[in-house]
Design a protein around this ligand. Structure first.
Ligand code: ADP
Ligand code: ASP
Ligand code: MG
Length: 421
C-alpha cells in the first residue's frame, strides 16, 4: 500500500462530467489498495472570473480581500469531488487550505507555505477516506486567507506530499507529460519520459507554465517523487499502466535520461524592458537604479550595461510586464537626477526564449548556434543572458513563436535523441 498525492488542474475538473471521471480515477487507486490525498484547482476559467469580478469593483483590488474572493473557486471543486466519490460509494472528506491548516506567510496573492499540519489528513486516511484538499490556498498565523500565486495548486500538492512523506505526487493535467517545449506552440514537441530536476526547475522559472516554480523547488528540497501525467485518458486504465505514464522528475542521473545538450525550450511573454540610455558612468549608479527597484519589491531579471562613452553609459534591465508601470514610477521618483537628457525608454512587447539542458555543462557552442539560427530567420536579439545550463535571449514578441519553432527544430528536439558523443 502506498500513500499517493494526486493533483488535478482546472481543465481536469472543468465540468461535472470531468469531476465524475476524476472520482472514478481516485476510486480505482483506492481499490488497488492505496491511500489517496487529492489536491484540486478551481474549475477552468473560474479563478480568472473571480479576479475579474474583483477588478470590476476596484481597479487594483485590496490584496487581502482579493484572496478571500480568488480562493473560493477551489472550495467549490473540493465539495463537488467529495460528492462525486460518495455517489459511487466511496468515503471522502473535503478540506479548504485553512481547515487543514496550510500555514503561510501573510504575502497576499503570492504567499509562501511555512508549515502543513498533516495529522487530521492522516486520521481520515486511516478511516478509509479519500481526502480532498483545496489547492492554491492557506492561511497566515492570524487566520487570514492567503493564496499562493497563479498555478499555486501544484505547490499545494507537492508541499502536502512532502508533509505526508507520500510515496509519490502525481500531477494530473491536460497534457500527457512534460514536453520539450509547450505543445500548444510547437506541434511536434516531444514528451520526455524523465526530466532532470534542474532542467524543470529552470524551465518553470523561465516561463514554462506546466508546473509552478515553487512546486518544483519543494520537490527538490524534500526529494518528492513527482510525475506529470494526463487526466484525460480513460479513467479505468490499469493502475500499473497509469503509474508509469507521463514524465517523472528525477533527482539523479537516470539511465532513461536523454543524452542531449539542449533538453527543452521555455518562453515567456511576461517580460518588459526598461532602458536608461544616458546615465553617468560612476560608482554606485547600478545600485542607485536597481536598489530602488528592489526596495519596491520588483523582481529584475536580465541586466545589461554597455561600455561608457564621454562619461555616460546605457543601462537596460527587464521586469515582469505587469510591474512595468510601477518600475518606471520608481525610477522617475528615485533616479531622475541621474538620467541626463536620455530619459527612460521602455518596451512591453518583448519575449524571452531560453534553451535549457544539463548537457550544456559539458558542451560549448549552444549560444553561438542559437544566434546563428535566429540570424537565419532574420530575428534580432535584444538581450542575452546565460547560466551553466541555459541560454536566454530577448526578442520582439511578434517573432517569439517563429524563433521557438526554429530553435526546436535546429536542436533536433522533434526527434528521439541519439546518444551524445
Ligand atoms: P493545470 O490546469 O492542469 O494546472 P496548466 O494549464 O497550468 O494546467 O499547465 C498545463 C499546460 O502547460 C499545458 O496545457 C501546456 O500547454 C502548457 N505547457 C507549457 N510548457 C509545457 C511543456 N514544456 N510541457 C508540457 N506542457 C507545457
Ligand atoms: N486556480 C488557481 C489558478 O488558476 C490555482 C491553480 O489552478 O493552480 O491560478
Ligand atoms: Mg497549472
Amino acid at each position: 500500500m502506498a500513500l499517493i498525492v494526486q493533483k488535478y488542474g482546472g481543465t481536469s475538473v472543468g465540468s461535472v462530467e470531468r469531476i465524475k471521471n476524476v472520482a472514478r480515477r481516485i476510486a480505482k487507486w483506492q481499490n488497488a489498495g492505496h491511500q489517496v490525498v487529492v489536491v484540486v484547482s478551481a474549475m477552468s476559467g473560474e479563478t480568472n472570473r473571480l479576479i475579474g469580478l474583483a477588478k470590476e469593483i476596484q481597479k487594483n483590488p485590496d490584496p487581502r480581500e482579493l484572496d478571500v474572493v480568488a480562493s473560493t473557486g477551489e472550495q467549490v471543486t473540493i465539495g463537488l469531488l467529495s460528492m462525486a466519490l460518495k455517489a459511487i460509494g466511496k468515503k471522502a472528506k473535503s478540506y479548504t487550505g485553512p481547515q487543514v491548516r496550510v500555514l503561510t506567510d501573510s504575502a497576499y496573492t503570492k504567499a509562501r507555505i511555512r508549515e502543513i499540519d498533516a495529522h487530521r489528513i492522516r486520521n481520515d486516511l486511516e478511516e478509509g477516506n479519500a481526502v480532498i484538499v483545496a489547492g492554491f490556498q492557506g492561511c497566515d498565523e492570524d487566520g487570514n486567507i492567503t493564496t499562493l500565486g497563479r498555478g499555486g495548486s501544484d505547490t499545494s500538492a507537492v508541499a502536502l506530499a512532502a508533509a505526508l512523506k507520500a510515496d509519490e505526487c502525481l500531477i494530473f493535467t491536460d497534457v500527457d507529460g512534460i514536453y520539450t517545449t509547450d505543445p500548444r506552440v510547437v506541434s511536434d514537441a516531444r514528451r520526455m519520459d524523465v526530466v532532470a530536476f534542474e532542467e524543470i526547475l529552470e524551465m518553470a522559472s523561465l516561463g514554462s507554465k506546466v508546473l509552478q516554480i515553487r512546486s518544483v523547488e519543494f520537490a527538490g528540497k524534500y526529494k518528492v517523487p513527482t510525475r506529470v501525467l494526463s487526466s484525460l485518458t480513460d479513467p479505468d486504465i490499469p493502475v500499473e499502466q497509469e503509474a508509469n505514464s507521463g514524465t517523472l522528475i528525477t533527482f539523479e542521473e537516470d539511465p532513461k535520461m536523454e543524452k542531449v545538450v539542449v533538453s527543452g525550450i521555455a518562453f515567456s511573454r511576461d517580460e518588459a524592458k526598461i532602458t536608461l540610455p544616458h546615465v553617468p558612468d560612476i560608482p554606485g549608479i547600478a545600485y542607485k537604479i536597481l536598489g530602488s527597484i528592489a526596495e519596491a519589491n520588483i523582481e529584475v531579471d536580465m541586466i545589461v550595461q554597455n561600455a561608457a562613452k564621454n562619461g555616460l553609459t546605457d543601462f537596460s534591465f527587464t521586469v515582469n510586464r505587469n510591474e512595468l508601470d510601477k518600475a518606471i514610477a520608481v525610477i522617475e521618483k528615485e533616479v531622475s537626477p541621474y538620467l541626463e537628457e536620455g530619459g527612460i525608454l521602455s518596451d512591453a512587447s518583448i519575449a524571452k526564449i531560453s534553451c535549457v539542458g544539463i548537457g550544456m555543462r559539458s558542451h560549448a557552442g549552444v549560444a553561438a548556434k542559437m544566434f546563428k539560427i535566429l540570424a537565419e530567420e532574420n530575428i534580432n536579439i535584444k538581450m542575452i543572458s546565460t547560466s551553466e545550463i541555459r541560454t536566454s535571449i530577448i526578442v520582439d514578441e511578434k517573432y517569439m513563436e517563429l524563433a521557438v519553432r526554429a530553435l526546436h527544430k535546429a536542436f533536433g528536439l522533434d526527434k528521439a535523441p541519439s546518444s551524445m558523443e
